[in-house]
Design a protein around this ligand. Sequence first.
Ligand code: 3HC
Ligand code: NAI
Length: 689
Amino acid sequence: MSSSVSVANENGVAVVTIDNPPVNALSFHVRKPLHEALAALRDDPSARAIVIACAGRTFIAGADITEFGKPVEQPELRAIISLLETISKPTVAAIHGTALGGGLELALGCHFRVADQAAKLGLPEVKLGLLPGGGGTARLPRLVGAAKALGMIVSGTPISAGEAKAAGLVDAVFDGNLLAEAVRFASEMAAGAGPFVPVRDRNNRLAECDLAAFDAKAAELARKARGLEAPLACAEAVRNAITLPIDEALAAERQLFLKLVAGDQSRSQRYLFFAEREAAKVPGKDLQKRKIAQVGIIGAGTMGGGIAMAFVNGGFPVTLLETSGEALDRGLAMIEKNYSVSVSRGSLSEEVKEQRLGLFKGSTDYADLADCDLIIEAVFEDMAVKKEVFGRLDAVAKPGAILATNTSYLDVNEIAASTSRPRDVLGMHFFSPANVMKLLEIVRPDKTAPDALATVADLARRIGKVAVVVGVCHGFVGNRMLSARGAESEFLLLEGAAPSQVDNAFTDFGWPMGPFQMGDLAGLDIGWRNRKARGQTAVIADMLCEQERFGQKTGRGWYRYESGSRQPAADPEVEALIRDKAVERGVARREIGADEIIERTLYPLVNEGAKILEEGIAARASDIDVVWVNGYGFPIGKGGPMFWAGLEWAAKIVERLEHWHERTGRAIFEPAPVLRRFAETGSWESVGR
Ligand code: 3HC
Ligand code: NAI
């Protein structure tokens, strides 16, 4: 037997153990010996039952994603499952950790599934732009019903062992030695009366399905798919399970899988899966981490409150510091309100809410930060205020405490240099709302100690964030590129596009919303204040702000919002204002198409990314993509701006940038040398530093 698969006999129960670290993916070197072992055990009279279990931290996490896009080596997973279904003695999957994708599908090929109480089970293929390709769409509905299966497969979210037991996905949940319990369970089954019916032949739950209700749910999910093909294919395949004989449903699932796996969307999403894991590999990641037990946050405004919640949700006690008792009370009240909303929506229990609130300590005295291991500043975006805060921190923080700033734009080297301990200073740039958004830019100034960086990267993962290490420059990776994306917006309006046209071009591309809707949501006053502080202007946006059109919060911005509604309506006043400005500036108005909108906003975005890469502000093109997908809503089906540049054909991007540069003379259009080289080589790897 190979080292990836071993077989032992426990009192007449054959235990097949898969050992393929780190997550027991079903690579070819697992599938082949697994198939051989099961074929031998099927006809082995010394085995009364078979248990399939895994060594290490988890049950099988699915197919080996690195094998997609390459020729399939036999035996495929589907052949192993078919073989399992020809075995008449009881077969039992013993699940600990996570049974995901092909791992769960293999378990669905068994007669029984038993799980450790902490196990999770799911079919997350949709997150890779795929659908379950090992029969999951046909077998899962036969155990849990079509409606539940639809929800699990389209969301890709795993469920707990308890929920799986209640739904009929697992037969028993154990607390303790899972393998011993699984062997006992298998032995009992073998002693009982057969025959044991494979999942594929259990049709009772399907007969319960209300097809009209199913279709209504599927239509609702399709509306939310925002151009992604996989969720639609998932729904189609589950529907086939209801309406077609199983072999036809399995054949149709296969066809859908093959189509998706060869498509750009899945390629993009698989790329992002590895990109996120690559981004986590920061320099010095194996160094001894500093101990972080107590966290301090300065400023209980929009960001400070959200960051504090992110840490408390991760189990860290937080001391929240404000300038006055009043500001502190306001911040704490907002936090309590946010938790109450979660309780009223049913996503949090009252008990957990109380536990979490118990982890906050409010203060107006810097001395209370003396026991904190990490202190994050989230005060006003003003260098003088930041420096004052860091000066006070320098005086009270204990030696070795990590001091972080949540600044959006400011020079973190300058902030670090204002302290006596620049080795302990870095940026932790969270995104709003910080308790929800997954991205964290870890800004690395010149003097930060590698262990401080590694500690923060590790901590980010512990509080569920996707972290990317970036260098110091104005706006770092995300906001700097955002400025490049937005630079042409007002010109587009003056030249003839309506805000809704620009926004529609973005949503058609796959963004959750366009730049003008986004501005209205975030509040136009923020950018206005920022511009004023930097002596900059924006022709139309400044005018809107002068009229107190700050966006949704004032009911008027780029759009109108009727009595508290969040639904934007085109506003003729804004359109008139734009036309007047165009006349005043002598700009001739014309029809502007969606292609031009994309060229003038997203090509400069890619171009700025290339400059960022050249300057070493981001270490990898994939880091930039992780920032844009997790922090700014770049469509996952396109993989992020740098990956999309390859899909879009970089030579065309260069050519169009040159065109717009020639026409406007604006620097954002001047193709970066790194982009030109990418257009020639087709790989960002070869153009890095
Ligand atoms: N194939 C190949 N490599 C995988 C993998 C997979 N299915 N799942 C994880 N890995 C690798 C990761 O790339 C990482 O490698 P690295 O250390 O070199 O960066 C390593 O395993 C550890 O992964 P994580 O850092 O993600 O470890 P965690 O402990 O945080 O999470 C996990 C474990 C929950 C299993 C998570 O890795 C995960 O969600 N994996 C993907 C699960 C999945 O999508 N399965 C479906 C695959 S598609 C499929 O099965 C098709 C089928 O229907 C035919
Ligand atoms: P905010 O105005 O909502 O909150 C700032 C808070 O800091 C206020 O409650 C204020 O009372 C407090 N404060 C001011 N000076 C202080 C001091 N010396 N000591 C203690 N508390 C003090 O601002 P917001 O939006 O939370 O921004 C904070 C920081 O986060 C800024 O640097 C901003 O650039 C950054 N940021 C903001 C994002 C956003 O979307 N709002 C996103 C990411 C970063």
